[in-house]
Design a protein around this ligand. Sequence first.
Ligand code: HEC
Length: 156
Amino acid sequence: MRSRCIRFRCRSRRTNRIAFATVIVIASSSIPVAVAWAGPSVWDGVYSAAQAKRGQALYAKACASCHKEELEGHGPTPSLAGPEFRDRWDGQTLGDLFEKMQATMPGDHPGSLSREENGAILAFILRSNEMPVGETDLRTESDWLAKILFKAAKSE
Ligand code: HEC
């Protein structure tokens, strides 16, 4: 009787230790994301000049009627370039922005553009926000875009 009781306590203490260790692992794995982003950001040249140019033409056709030629927005339609736009998306990923476009835009015909077309439009939006051009096109796979941080300014 007595020895079983001791064994039980012993086992329960071990279980607690495992639970505690799990909490530490979960907590520490989320720290690097919050404190320092190891992956690329929109300031690392994540799209090409040719892609942004294609996006500019698509933007004029599908987006400018509401978001306006200079991406300044109008009435209930928000800007897609400038400090206010950059602040709204600061700290999110390019994936968040892309998936929002893919699912809800253009406002009068949601989801009507392909991922390739939205990738080009996003490249044009980045160029319009003075984020630097790179050598290769922005890729449009969700898991790739989710690794790119949208930062309002180049330095922290
Ligand atoms: C019929 C008008 C209309 C058209 C066309 C349109 N939009 Fe929008 N868009 C809106 C409105 C209104 C909002 C604000 C409501 C919302 O966020 O859903 C918005 C919001 C957005 C946002 C979120 C902005 C932010 O900072 O929160 C993005 C990004 C965007 N639109 C991209 C696009 C792109 C890219 C196109 C073209 C493919 C497009 N929109 C076409 C009306 C439009």
